[in-house]
Every structure is written in structure tokens, then in C-alpha cells.
Write a protein that binds this ligand. Structure first.
Ligand SMILES: [Zn+2]
Length: 466
């Protein structure tokens, strides 16, 4: 006998698939006519109330309401993410597209199996974030947003693909890039508001599976808090450095996690928040954002000698020292053992001490073996699953933003095992690192903490005497 819930699920799956096909065709047709394909909502003030998710866009959305604690979200826009143009080269854009398709395949299969019943799936999220929201907290400057609009106009006038700047090696641009990255940012803000409003013992999980990624964006480097706290040294300026100027970087265009936190602060006050960046590469956007902040904690694990390790952000990527942000540089060829060790000894205790209202996870599947842009990565899907197993136990809402990942199969495997962990599977059989690796990682963690001013309010007692 087919139950009522199975029937509902079947209808949902069919409607999602139908929506996907219709939306995909629509994008293809509009691209052919070189029209700007998506409505912009620039300048329209976002309403930070229960109707904040209501959309006038083509995809009819449910209003944002108080959710039962058991409800989780996965938000994507599959069709537009396939044409996002985040990277300057065909390989990057193709692997981003195939990664999104792989994630969709995993989700479709789990939905068919009835294993996503706790999730609210949105495969066609299309509401774009306003300039008003992007300017919150000076996370982005008006100059930055204007330059983005100019690039979009140029790309629309001259065809889909447009070399963006002399620095075009680090990012790409086409007429889809701004719309999709604004959708990704607004979707993340919505998930953050769901998370912040969630209650109960069972933590909320929101997954923002969009392209482009966010964590390299240098939209805020002159604007967010640098120098506000005199206990933190202003970072050195190096005008000729790749990472020392405002602009898109590393296929990233909006610092959307910082914007989500500013949006929460505006509505809920200055709570504590945390960002855990587990991507292979360093977290330029959020290092800037948290450099002088003693309310938002950045925990950034980063592989040594990996792009971009020059300029001001070379400090974080090589030494871990960059204001209040905490980066743990780990050796190349680190596998699940080293990642788990850092997570257990540093990331998890810091989160427990800090007790953020929401954890934002900048999730990079590029730490998995076989990644094209992190060739010395040796972790597996199991480490990601382990992280979410531990997240469940924290009883803190988690909002995850997809960052790097240049191997579509890894994206699928990583997502699959994360969802297994949320289903209750355990992944405790990751071994300890060698004694030498353990000693090296302990020394790194101690050295990083020497950077933190003793007045730092989260400085955890358990680490003070290390
Ligand atoms: Zn990366």
C-alpha cells in the first residue's frame, strides 16, 4: 500500500523534475537571444520579516515561516548554475556544472528512495539579493557593486563570455555570473534566517548548493572593520599583490556568508556567529570579515603552499596569523586522519566554547583526493561525513555554502556521505595521524593561538596553557 507521504513525495519529485526541465529550456532560449535572463531586484529593500522569502520572480516560492525543528533545507538553482561563468576557463566552468548535476543526481536518487523526507528541496531558487543587503555592514562597497553591474552590461552587449579584467586568470564573467551569484547570496541569507529562527533539540541544517563560490571574494577588504580593534594589528598593505585589492578572486564574486551574518545581526542583534572554512584554499573573504571582529569566529583550515598564498593572505595561509581570524595551515598530502585531528582538537572545541547562534560552513570538496586544483589533497568523503556527525551532536544550527570542488564525482560522494551522517550513520573509524604528524599539528595550533590577543573574549581556557 502506498502511503500518503509517499504519494506526496512522488508528486514533489515529479514537479521538481518538471520545473527543472522547463526552467532549463527557458534559460537556453533566453541565452540564445542574448537577453539578460533574470530579473534583478537591485535597490529593492529586503524585508527582514516572516515574508522575507516571498518572491515576485518566476519561480513561486513559499513564504519564510517558522519551521519545525526537524525541517532542513537544500537550496539550488540547477539551470542557472550550469551557466554561471564563475571561472575564466572552460575546465573550471564545466567541472562546476557537472558537480551541480552530480549533486542533483544524488538528491534525486535519495528522494526516490524516500531518504530526504526531512528536507525541503528547492532546485529552482531564483530570488536575487538587493544592493541594500549586500551593502549591510560594508561587506561590499558601492564601487564594487557598480563594477559588477558594468561587467554584466559589457558581457550582455558582447556575448556570453567576456574577459573581465587584467586579473582575469583568477575569475571569469559572463552575463549569468551576477544573477546567479546574487541568487546564491539571497538563498544563503534565507537559509541563515531559517537557521536562526529554528528551535528545539534537533539542529537545523541548510545547504546552499550554488555556483559561484564565495570565500575568496575581496569585496570587503577596505571596508570591514580593519583597524577598529586596536588590539589587532592592521594587516600590511601590498598594493602589487594579487590578494591586496578589492575585486572578485578565485572564481568568487560575493562574500555571501558575511552578508548573511550582517543580515542576521540587523534582525536579531549582535549574537556570536562562527564560520568554519574547510576548503583546501584560504578564506580571503572571511579573513577580511573577521580580521577585527571579536564576535564572529573564523576557523579556517588551509593546505600549506596552496594558491593564493601571497600578499596579505599569505600570512593566514602560511602562518595562520591574521587578526582575530584563526587559520590552521596543514601539510600537503594530509588525509582524513590529519583533518579529523585538527577538527577534534581545534575546530570542535572552539565551536563548543564560542557557542555561536549559527555555524556557517564554507564547504570545499577540493580537500578530497583527485581534485584538479588541490592536487595534494588526500581526504575522502568520510571526513566530511564525520564533520556532520559531530555537527549533529553540537545542537547548533548549521548553514553550509558550497565553495570549491573540482572533481564532480567527489562532490557527489561527499554530499552522499554528509547526508548519510545526517541520517544517523557514524564515521568514527578514522585513524589517528602518525606521532610526528600529531606533534607537528599540535605545534601549529599552539603557534596560531599565540597570535590571538589575550583579551580575546573566546580564548578558551583549555588552550591557554598549551
Ligand atoms: Zn578551494
Amino acid at each position: 500500500m502506498m502511503s500518503l507521504s509517499t504519494n506526496i513525495l512522488a508528486v514533489l519529485v515529479i514537479s521538481f523534475q518538471l520545473h527543472f526541465v522547463l526552467n532549463y529550456r527557458q534559460v537556453e532560449e533566453e541565452q540564445d537571444s542574448s537577453l539578460f535572463p533574470y530579473n534583478t531586484r537591485s535597490g529593492k529593500k529586503r524585508r527582514l520579516d516572516e515574508s522575507a522569502g516571498a518572491s515576485e520572480d518566476r519561480v513561486k516560492k513559499k513564504p519564510l515561516v517558522q519551521l519545525p525543528a526537524s525541517r532542513w533545507h537544500i537550496s539550488m538553482n540547477v539551470p542557472v548554475s550550469l551557466h554561471a561563468g564563475c571561472g575564466p576557463d572552460d575546465y573550471t566552468n564545466e567541472v562546476y556544472a557537472t558537480g551541480i548535476l552530480k549533486a542533483k543526481e544524488v538528491l534525486d536518487e535519495r528522494a526516490r528512495q524516500g531518504r530526504l523526507s526531512q528536507f525541503d528541496l528547492d532546485f529552482g531558487y531564483s530570488q536575487q539579493i538587493s544592493d541594500h543587503d549586500l551593502l549591510l555592514g560594508d561587506v561590499h562597497s558601492k564601487t564594487y557593486l557598480d563594477s559588477m553591474k558594468q561587467r554584466t552590461a559589457l558581457a550582455a552587449a558582447s556575448g556570453m563570455q567576456q574577459a573581465a579584467s587584467p586579473d582575469s586568470l583568477s575569475y571569469g564573467w559572463n552575463s549569468n555570473t551576477e544573477p546567479v551569484t546574487r541568487m546564491a547570496a539571497n538563498s544563503l541569507v534565507d537559509l541563515a534566517h531559517h537557521a536562526r529562527q529554528s528551535t528545539g533539540k534537533q539542529p537545523y541544517f541548510g545547504f546552499n548548493l550554488f555556483r559561484c563560490p564565495s570565500h575568496h571574494t575581496r569585496a570587503n577588504w577596505r571596508h570591514v572593520g580593519l583597524g577598529i580593534n586596536s588590539a589587532v594589528q592592521t594587516p600590511p598593505l601590498a598594493e602589487d599583490s594579487l590578494t591586496s585589492s578589492e575585486g572578485p578572486l578565485g572564481f568568487c564574486h560575493l562574500a555571501s556568508i558575511a552578508t548573511a551574518i550582517e543580515s542576521l545581526k540587523q534582525q536579531f542583534g549582535h549574537d556570536r556567529y562562527a564560520i568554519f572554512d574547510s576548503d583546501c584554499h584560504t578564506s580571503n573573504a572571511y579573513e577580511d570579515y573577521t580580521h577585527s571582529s571579536n564576535t564572529t569566529l573564523l576557523l579556517n583550515t588551509v593546505m600549506k603552499s596552496t594558491w593564493p598564498d601571497n600578499g596579505v593572505h599569505g600570512l593566514a595561509a602560511t602562518t595562520g596569523k591574521y587578526g582575530y581570524s584563526l587559520s590552521i595551515p596543514y601539510p600537503q598530502l594530509s588525509g582524513d586522519a590529519e583533518h579529523r585531528y585538527i577538527f577534534d582538537k581545534f575546530v570542535l572545541p572552539m565551536l563548543q566554547e564560542h557557542r555561536p547562534a549559527v555555524i556557517f560552513h564554507a564547504l570545499g570538496f577540493d580537500i578530497m583526493k583527485g581534485d584538479a586544483y588541490c592536487q595534494h589533497a588526500r581526504a575522502s568523503a568520510k571526513y566530511h561525513a564525520y564533520v556532520y556527525q559531530r555537527f549533529r551532536e553540537l545542537e547548533i544550527p548549521v548553514v553550509t555554502n558550497l565553495e570549491g570542488g573540482y572533481n564532480a564525482r567527489n562532490v557527489g560522494d561527499g554530499l552522499q556521505q554528509i547526508l548519510d551522517a545526517l541520517d544517523g550513520a557514524t564515521f568514527d573509524d578514522i585513524p589517528a595521524p602518525s606521532a610526528k604528524r600529531t606533534a607537528d599539528l599540535d605545534a601549529t595550533m599552539k603557534s596560531v593561538l599565540e597570535n590571538v590577543p589575550t583579551s580575546w573574549p573566546f580564548f578558551p581556557a583549555f588552550l591557554q596553557d598549551r
